[in-house]
Write a protein that binds this ligand. Structure first.
Ligand code: ACO
Length: 370
């Protein structure tokens, strides 16, 4: 084995087939089951997109209402999930809280190890219903606000916002949130999805794979970037200071959160759609200062480094305007991406091979104890 066989970070390595989504950096496009994500964001709800990712086709109206009824039936948290969350310190990162709560949900499921396609689909829909309840419960607990019970007369996004804030916001806000959920839902073999597939390839259960994927998503080079973008905005403060801040950060060799992508080198295909959603929120909340800071940092970054924004750049400030705590941004990514993860888990199981790469040893030569 030689150095040239090493593909650090698996860059450029094709691991398997997938029919879930296609990322095409050359044409700057992302297709879910063949549909451009921009079209899905314009014409479908997040529930329809979740159904599409799992079933391969969009639902008709009867299939959609059956699907929604099942998802709505899972929106209430079990008491022991609440108790475990309550026992965690208020300082615990919401990603750690969510990872722990999903683990408890898995332990509650007496059928956790049953991994037929039907059983895994049922677990996936249950997680779709329950994760918003965990995220909302945790944000309210940190704010010392009482729990808000779910409403089954509301769609996924309206209910998510209702459970978090105690009221349904303006329709433009619900729509922007729904768009973000659609855009975050799936992105081929990204780090967290690959993590889920690695765990699944050992024939472990769906919950274990999702818990591992949550851990992978937490890092700031992946999903944690939407939270990190807001910390950057807070650090800079105002548009007039963006250029100077960037010069210092680049001189210190810092990675600028919300910019760059392993696959897209000419721009993330999801950014224009999320930026349009952010613009509606800027108008709704009259947040011109934030918009100016956004533009100033983007134009300084593109002129200094020619590195373009990724989806986390517009979604971070969008979630901020909606009223989410900055620490809650990455759990919102989980709420959406659990659909893609579980679609990949089911696809991995359908033609499984244990994922077990090789390594080139560079430690000490063989030696022996005296
Ligand atoms: N800030 C500053 N420099 C950057 C950035 C950035 N955000 N992204 C890439 N670069 C530079 C690197 O320093 C490197 O420069 P060099 O060749 O002079 O050393 C070059 O561009 C290539 O960067 P790599 O990190 O090798 O590219 P890679 O494909 O491994 O990284 C990544 C992709 C991890 C996303 C990177 O761009 C990054 O760290 N971005 C910031 C974190 C972020 O926003 N993550 C979100 C990802 S998208 C998502 O999860 C929705």
């Amino acid at each position: 084995m030689t150095d040239s066989q090493i593909h650090k970070g698996l860059a450029g390595v094709v691991v398997d087939y997938t029919a879930v989504s296609k990322v095409n950096p050359e044409t700057n496009s992302l297709l879910y089951r063949g549909y451009p994500v921009q079209e899905l964001a314009a014409k479908c709800s997040f529930e329809e997109v979740a159904y599409l990712l799992w079933h391969g086709e969009l639902p008709d109206s009867g299939q959609l209402s059956d699907f929604q009824a099942v998802e709505r039936s899972y929106r209430t948290l079990d008491d022991n999930v609440k108790r475990v969350v309550d026992d965690l310190p208020l300082t615990a990162h919401p990603m750690d809280v969510l990872r722990t709560a999903v683990s408890v949900i898995g332990a509650n499921d007496g059928q956790a190890d049953v991994s037929t396609p039907e059983a895994n689909l049922a677990k996936s829909i249950a997680l779709l219903g329950k994760i918003p309840a965990i995220v909302a419960y945790d944000q309210r607990r940190r704010r010392r606000q009482p729990i808000v019970e779910p409403r089954d007369d509301l769609g996924y996004s309206a209910n998510f916002l209702y459970m978090t804030f105690g009221e349904v916001p303006a329709q433009v806000v619900v729509d922007a949130f729904d768009v973000s959920m659609i855009l975050y839902a799936e992105h081929s073999f990204n780090a967290s999805t690959f993590t889920a597939r690695v765990v699944t390839s050992t024939l472990s259960d769906l919950y274990s794979a999702v818990v591992a994927a949550i851990g992978a998503l937490k890092g700031p080079l992946h999903g944690g970037a939407n939270e990190a973008v807001m910390h950057v905005f807070d650090e800079i403060g105002e548009a007039a200071k963006a250029e100077e801040w960037l010069n210092t950060a680049l001189a210190e060799k810092r990675k600028i959160m919300g910019f760059g992508h392993r696959v897209y080198k000419n721009g993330d295909s999801r950014v224009p759609t999320m930026k349009a959603a952010l613009d509606t929120l800027v108008a709704e909340y009259e947040a011109q200062d934030l918009a100016e800071l956004y533009d100033a940092l983007e134009s300084s970054m593109t002129s200094r480094k020619s590195i373009l924004p990724n989806l986390d750049y517009p979604s971070g400030p969008a979630y901020h305007l909606m009223g989410f705590d900055t620490l809650t941004f990455t759990p919102l990514f989980v709420a959406s991406r659990v659909t893609g993860w579980t679609a990949h888990i089911m696809e991995q199981l359908a033609s499984n091979a244990l994922i077990r790469p090789l390594s080139l040893y560079n430690g000490p030569e063989e030696r022996h104890l005296p």
